[in-house]
Ligand binder design. Structure first.
Ligand SMILES: Cc1cc2nc3c(=O)[nH]c(=O)nc-3n(C[C@H](O)[C@H](O)[C@H](O)COP(=O)(O)OP(=O)(O)OC[C@H]3O[C@@H](n4cnc5c(N)ncnc54)[C@H](O)[C@@H]3O)c2cc1C
Length: 454
């Protein structure tokens, strides 16, 4: 990319962020500590939605299995199932938080650029600067009291964030090369809003991309600690039943973008390769608080409409496995009906397709509808719902039916909600507003539960 093409003749840079912290190094080489840095930050650091009785802990990855192969022609993402050791109880629908770490190559490159490679593993701590300009400046809670530059950049800071204009302006101040400095300063200005829009917001240039483009930019470590966001845990749905595996293990399923994969999924991929090479490897996880998006023994007698797209099937694999085991354990119990609508790019991209078909043959699934966006019609879940509109709405409006929707994207969830709205209009002969009102009421009553992922 020619950064010169993005430098205007006239511009006023945004007000730069200022640094209020300083890093102090001791002479000691730090002995590598196995646990994740954020676990040494004390009680002040909260893990989002963590169950009250639990702390994140490192657990072994027992197995990794590719369940869908990537396919460029249909833009199908690679999907991997991981089996993890578990030390807590869970129910289908529950989620775990996984603590990510940034890729070694990215961290090494940054350490070189910041001229910190010789001190990468030297113990350091952060303090408020003596003449700190900001009145209420604080030390960030997600940095341990004693750490190293490598640990900070690997486990504490989000390097894949989208840079704000004030950050770009400050980075310009730490850049020696004239062209690079002008590029950063200009990109931060009001006059270059259209460049910011196209490069950062549309093409998605991240902090790390900007640092790569501007190789002479050397912000102090303490400045990055203060102004880059915390590297946050990501939620993953549990994809199995505790009845099948016992509470000692659990499974999660993730999909991986082939271009610019995310932080956590890249980390999990690297760990999966270690497993393939028969090396032991761990990942730091914690159980998240449960919500209404779950299926427990009490739900065996009720009905479910399960709607998923792509990897969004993961929690429903756990619902249906649980149901299968409950039926085996309690054959005399009344059993509700479960309908599943699932969409994917192509048939091979439907997770555990054969398992779904076997559930349809047994009494676990009473209706299974599958569609493929790169195949023959119907291509979308909404079309299948529309084809079934009469049955679907009658089934939905039964008192013991709950609809669960899980999609990896807010747009998909919205399209499916719109599809449902149209089914309501068609079957109940009501207007769009009346159908929206009905959907709202269904949500309030807990009959329409959704999990939106990204
Ligand atoms: C309640 C809940 C449950 C979830 N359960 C699962 C699950 O079971 N399996 C699962 O794979 N994900 C699940 N997710 C999403 C997951 O938490 C992550 O957002 C996802 O894996 C990407 O994380 P990352 O750190 O690799 O990407 P980031 O570094 O956060 O990626 C940056 C951006 O890249 C895009 N991106 C990255 N990876 C993908 C991808 N695979 N598909 C589409 N866009 C992507 C997104 O726009 C993302 O905002 C869940 C999310 C929520 C809120």
């Amino acid at each position: 990319m020619d950064i010169g093409a993005y430098i205007l003749n006239e511009y006023i840079p945004a007000k730069p962020l200022v640094g209020n912290l300083e890093a102090f190094f001791t002479d000691e080489e730090k002995i590598p500590i196995e646990t994740c840095a954020q676990l040494r930050c004390g009680e002040g650091l909260k893990f989002p939605f963590a169950r009250l009785d639990s702390q994140p802990s490192a657990v072994a990855i027992k197995e990794s299995k590719v369940i869908v192969a990537a396919d460029k022609a249909t833009e199908t993402k690679r999907v991997v199932e991981l089996t993890l050791e578990s030390s807590f109880d869970y129910q289908p629908g529950d989620t775990i938080g996984i603590l990510p770490s940034n890729r070694t190559e990215i961290v090494d490159r940054l350490l070189h650029q910041l001229e910190l490679i010789d001190k990468a593993d030297t113990t350091c701590h952060l303090k408020l600067a003596l003449h700190c300009a900001k009145k209420n400046a604080k030390l960030p809670a997600h940095i341990p009291p004693e750490t190293t530059p490598r640990e900070i950049l690997t486990q504490c800071l989000s390097l894949n964030c989208l840079p704000q204009k004030q950050l770009l302006s400050a980075l310009a101040g730490f850049t020696r090369d004239d062209k690079e400095r002008s590029f950063l300063a200009c990109l931060s200005s009001k006059q270059a809003t259209s460049h910011y829009q196209s490069l950062i917001l549309e093409q998605g240039l991240l902090f790390t991309d900007i640092m790569e483009l501007c190789g002479s930019c050397r912000p102090p470590l303490a400045f990055l600690v203060e102004h880059l966001p915390r590297l946050l845990p990501r939620p993953y749905s549990i994809a199995n039943s505790p009845l099948e595996a016992g509470d000692q293990e659990l499974r999660v399923i993730y999909s991986l973008l082939s271009h610019k994969p995310g932080v956590t999924t890249s980390m999990l991929e690297a760990k999966a390769l270690q497993i393939d090479a028969e090396q032991h490897t761990k990942v730091v996880i914690y159980p998240r608080l449960s919500n209404a998006f779950r299926y427990t023994e009490q739900d065996l007698g009720s009905n479910q409409i399960l709607i998923a797209v792509g990897t969004g099937l993961a929690p429903f694999l756990s619902f249906l496995t649980h149901k299968e085991y409950l039926i085996k354990q309690q054959p005399q119990q009344d059993k509700g009906h479960s309908w599943l609508y699932i969409g994917a790019k192509k048939p091979e991209a439907i997770l555990k397709r054969e398992k779904l078909q076997s559930w349809q043959q047994s009494s676990v699934l009473q209706r299974l509808r599958m569609c493929h966006s790169r195949g023959e019609s119907p291509n979308y879940v909404q079309q299948m719902m529309s084809d079934d509109a009469d049955d679907l709405i009658t089934f939905l409006l039964k008192p013991e039916t709950v609809l669960y929707l899980c999609a990896d994207g807010a747009k998909i969830s919205q399209s499916i909600a719109n599809g449902l709205n149209q089914c309501l209009q068609k079957v109940l002969h009501i207007t769009e507003e009346e159908a929206s009102q009905q959907l709202k009421e269904l949500k309030t009553k807990g009959k329409y539960r959704e999990d939106v992922w990204l």
